[in-house]
Design a protein around this ligand. Structure first.
Ligand code: PLP
Length: 306
């Protein structure tokens, strides 16, 4: 992937030049991982404008993540929504990825962050297809990770906490080193949880199935796909899924802000269904892209115009 670059970064309420968006080496979050973040996409819409997909939902989850971690954010959700839109404008991005991060600054060291400032930054950049253009059509190859998803009482699951992503990075790197594109993670009971940074869905006999939200992040793309499926009359259920159910699924796909809707064509050397993007995946993927591009007025409330 190419080096990320841009023009301006919003940090603690003001814009600074990209090259000056630095923090002190004793930034608490850098050492101990207690910080929270979001990943948000902005799309070019069919009318030539741009829109952020599900902005209030992402900002709400950012604040939920902070609340779970006892971080007092010195801004309102409305302030952060406005700052996100302004960051896209300042970087002249008609389309791109936005990364707000709330972190603990420098000052005291040791696990207790004491009175160190809670700081906020918003970065935006151009980002193409996370799992590759080809993967969107042909599907990707995934491996069930040797690493388990965190037990919910250690990492908890409703927040996007910086340090929790070590678990995802270990799984992702293992999958890539073993020649796969992505890692699927089981929870500590051995049930399918999610991928390293995506939720997972399977289709079997026309029924769409996804693991329940307690061991996984309540993905905003996941919720969107569930709603789209219901609107299209596709039966959907949230229930536990075992590893071998993945192998015999007719279709599998991942959802996430970065990965959008990405088909899986192989898991652990077993071909999934016909070995290519299945019809339900295609339907949901096409609807998703039509919606983010503002082509379906029914879902206009999911878009915040830039
Ligand atoms: C662990 C994990 N699961 C699932 C997702 C998908 O969530 P969303 O669709 O809200 O991006 C993400 C990405 O945020 C993630 O990091």
């Amino acid at each position: 992937m190419a080096t990320v670059t841009g023009e301006k970064v919003w940090i603690d309420g003001a814009f600074v030049d990209w090259a000056d968006a630095n923090v002190h080496i004793l930034t608490h979050t850098l050492h101990y991982g207690l910080g929270v973040f979001e990943g948000i996409r902005c799309y070019r819409t069919a009318d030539g404008a741009s829109a952020v997909f599900r902005l209030p939902e992402h900002v709400r989850r950012l604040f939920d993540s902070a609340h779970i971690n006892l971080l007092d954010v010195p801004y309102s959700q409305a302030d952060i929504e406005t700052a996100i839109l302004e960051t896209l404008r300042q970087n002249r991005l008609a389309e791109g990825y936005v990364r707000p991060i709330i972190f603990i600054g420098d000052g005291e060291m040791g696990l207790n962050p004491g009175d160190n400032a809670v700081r906020v930054a918003i970065i935006a950049w151009e980002w193409g297809k996370y799992l590759g253009e080809e993967g969107m059509e042909s599907g990707i190859r995934a491996k069930v990770s040797t690493f388990s998803r965190h037990f919910p009482n250690s990492k908890m699951t409703k927040g996007k906490t910086c340090g929790d992503y070590v678990n995802s990075i270990l799984a992702k790197r293992e999958a890539l080193l073993d020649g796969y594109d992505e890692a699927i993670m089981l929870d500590t009971d051995g049930l399918v949880a999610e991928a390293s940074g995506e939720n997972i869905f399977m289709v079997r006999d026309g029924l769409l199935v996804t693991p329940p939200p307690h061991t996984v992040l309540a993905g905003i793309t996941r919720a969107s796909v569930i709603e789209i499926a219901r609107d299209k009359g596709i039966p959907i259920t949230e229930r536990t899924v075992t590893r071998d159910e993945l192998y015999i699924a007719d279709e599998l796909f991942l959802t996430g802000t970065a990965a959008e809707v990405t088909p899986i064509r192989e898991v652990d050397r077993r071909t999934i269904g016909s070995g290519k993007r299945g019809p339900t995946t295609k339907l949901l993927q096409e609807s998703f892209f039509e919606i983010v591009e503002g082509k379906q007025s029914k879902y206009e409330s999911w878009l915040t115009r830039l």
